[in-house]
Ligand binder design. Structure first.
Ligand code: NAP
Ligand code: F7E
Length: 338
């Protein structure tokens, strides 16, 4: 029997990769999109699946949109990937973020309870929930200590998912995914900002890239692999939450240095603090500098995930190392550069 799945946030990085995966597994894929004056389907187009996904309009903050959609189709699985997902913006729009990223989870689960409690539900939880970490390596039992309105909204969604699983016997699970990147990553996130920015500099289309805290450390994996873990979570006999990560952490500065190596840019770091900059040795030009505008009111300094539970139950392990990830992103940047 062909399964029917809803992916909220299908126009985003994970939504596009997951839609591709489910189509390959012969699912009927309904992808929800919100109305906008700009088309946001470039990722589905890049994967060649924009005509294979059935698009439905859904504003996540609108309960009646959710109800209409769940009554229109008989869904087997719902993957809730839609969110205001940019941490920095959540400080400027905290109420909006709490509504779209947090409360919408409750709206979805309450509608599932009302319309069809047999629907399996995936919630996109985040390593940002650990915030100022209470343990050096974070797993499913580590306490949350969120440091942004985004992370607080995700904690709300996470506990709501657990509550609906335990109280109403709904197959509802959360994947606590650590940062995952790809050529389909939004340009505002730091990895993509770096790969695209340095390629622009190389092509002569940008003089200098401005960044914030280059000493923040993240556990960066490859998004295409992470959506496989997401799918596996809904195929289990028992609903359980899982951490999905690589177990390695690197600073933003280390990510920059890897990118420089791939692009064969010979450059050196000089100065300290706000005066730290990267100078191109060939022409003595500053190609990266620090701009406090990109600092956050509260920062998450370091994250490292332990995904051994996923290894045990899902038979899932991250494969792509940071170097390979940088290579994949840079090659795509160069191939798609206009
Ligand atoms: P993304 O690229 O930013 O995609 C977010 C999606 O949500 C987009 O399709 C966006 O639509 C949609 N959306 C935003 N506001 C909406 C609203 N009000 N109503 C309906 N849809 C809305 O995010 P991603 O990187 O794919 O991440 C997928 C999910 O995993 C998100 O929930 C994110 O918070 C979570 N997560 C991501 C990571 C990571 O490292 N990538 C790690 C942990 C958790 P538009 O195209 O119209 O903006
Ligand atoms: O920042 C630092 C910044 O915006 C990473 C989302 O997918 O992953 C993502 O959240 C780090 C932070 O991702 C710049 O301060 C320095 O410490 O790429 P990011 P994020 O905030 O970790 C989690 C798991 C999610 O759930 C989120 O949805 O890099 N940083 N300079 C910078 N960050 C940005 N964006 N821009 C800079 O110029």
């Amino acid at each position: 029997m062909k399964k029917t799945a809803l992916i909220t946030g299908v126009s985003g990085q994970d939504g596009a990769y997951l839609a591709n995966l489910l189509l390959k597994k012969n699912y009927k894929v309904i992808g929800s999109d919100r109305r906008s004056s700009r088309s946001s389907l470039w990722r589905l187009k890049r994967l060649g699946i924009e005509k294979k996904v059935i698009l439905e309009e859904l504003e996540l903050s609108e309960l009646y949109d959710i109800k209409r959609l769940l009554q229109k189709y008989k869904f087997d699985e719902i993957y809730n990937l839609g969110a205001q997902s940019f941490v920095k913006s959540s400080f400027n729009s905290p109420l909006y973020t709490s509504n779209v990223t947090g409360t919408s989870v409750l709206k979805l689960l309450e509608t599932i309870r009302e319309v069809d409690p047999k629907i399996k539900f995936y919630q996109a939880s985040s390593s940002e929930m650990y915030g100022k970490v209470s343990e050096k390596i974070q797993n499913e039992d580590t306490n949350f200590n969120p440091q942004s309105p985004y992370a607080i909204a995700k904690v709300f969604g996470h506990f709501t998912t657990q509550l609906y699983r335990e109280s109403y016997n709904i197959f509802a699970v959360s994947g606590i995914l650590f940062n995952h990147e790809s050529p389909l990553r939004g340009e505002e996130f730091v990895t993509r900002k770096i790969t695209l920015g340095l390629v622009k500099i190389l092509k002569g289309d940008l003089n200098c890239l401005e960044l914030g805290n280059i000493y923040a450390k993240r556990d960066w994996g490859y998004a295409k692999e992470y959506v496989e873990a997401i799918w596996k979570m809904l195929q289990q006999k028992k609903p359980r939450d899982f951490v999905i990560s690589t177990g390695k952490t690197y600073s933003v500065k280390q990510f920059i240095n890897e990118t420089l190596r791939f692009l064969k840019i010979d450059a050196k770091w000089v100065g300290k603090g706000l005066n730290e900059r990267l100078i191109n040795r060939e022409n003595r030009r500053t190609i990266i500098k620090i701009n406090p505008k990109f600092f956050r009111p509260a920062e998450v300094d370091i994250l490292i995930g332990d995904s051994s539970k996923a290894d045990k139950f899902l038979k899932w392990k991250s494969k792509t190392k940071l170097k390979e990830l940088v290579k994949i992103m840079i090659e795509s940047e160069l191939n798609n550069y206009i």
